[in-house]
Design a protein around this ligand. Structure first.
Ligand code: SF4
Length: 255
């Protein structure tokens, strides 16, 4: 079984690297030249099918870990429910990918402020970001959102991330600086959107590329094999940094 998991891990790493390389090439290339054409539709269908296959493999891994580790079942069920509901089910049901904004609130993304996002999804995203996350953190600490809800770091670390076990303690310096810098970047981006509304488009495009590189490409291709399942959470995530600030405030308040 160990050999099969090692083979699966190597296959998945190559698979994930290939997906993100194609996606990155799509971001870099000027696809406006083929906008609305059959070629663009083919590229989009190809990427969507590959992503669906990846999610199917993740679901199989979650079921495998649920059977193997009964003590993790509740957490696995919870993160799977939130992941598949907000990343797949609602976006497909409403034909609207911006439903992801609900569990990717600021400072994780600026999706809530995207012109394509409906007012309902924006309102839900703001509610989650500014009310639900702080409340969960006050009540259950970091494990409230990061342990049982987050469709990103929590879900992928419990599925794909569990296949890797690199030595602990790597890139400590990055852990010290990157989350606070990323949080600062997102705070400046948010302030810019409110103070200079005409800057929304370039700010949103910059944030999209930063999010793609940090939380998808670097996390799943480099971070997980090099640092571990929670590499994005510990070494980068601006929402995780904000949750840490809330906890520090709570401790000071209690003390
Ligand atoms: S640290 Fe960030 S990515 Fe990780 S679980 Fe928490 S919110 Fe999600």
């Amino acid at each position: 079984m160990k050999k099969s998991l090692t083979s699966l891990r190597n296959f998945l790493w190559v698979f994930v690297t290939a997906i993100f390389a194609v996606d990155f090439a799509k971001i870099l290339m000027d696809t406006s030249l083929i906008a609305g054409s059959m070629h663009q539709q083919m590229i989009n269908t190809f990427l969507r099918s590959i992503f669906a296959l990846f999610e199917l493999i993740m679901a199989c891994l979650i079921i495998y870990f649920m059977i193997k580790y009964p003590e993790r079942r509740l957490r696995l069920l919870s993160v799977s429910f939130f992941h598949y509901t907000f990343i797949l089910f609602l976006p497909i049901a409403f034909k609207d990918f911006t439903w992801m904004a609900v569990l990717y609130p600021w400072p994780q993304t600026l999706l809530a402020f995207d012109p394509k996002t409906s007012w309902l999804v924006s309102a839900l995203s703001l509610f989650v970001g500014f009310v639900v996350v702080p409340l969960l953190t006050f009540r259950w600490g970091k494990k409230g959102f990061c342990g049982y809800v987050c469709p990103h770091g929590a879900f992928y670390s419990e599925a794909y991330g569990r296949l890797f076990s690199p030595p602990a303690g790597r890139l400590k310096w990055l852990r010290t600086y990157l989350p606070r810098l990323y949080f600062l970047f997102m705070a400046v981006a948010l302030a810019l959107i409110f103070l200079v509304p005409s800057a929304l488009d370039p700010v949103r495009q910059t944030q999209k590329v930063a999010f793609f590189l940090a939380s998808q490409m670097l996390y799943l291709v480099v971070g997980v094999p090099l640092v571990g399942a929670r590499s994005y959470c510990t070494h980068c995530c601006p929402l995780g940094y904000e949750i840490g600030l809330i906890l520090r405030y709570k401790q000071n308040d209690n003390g």
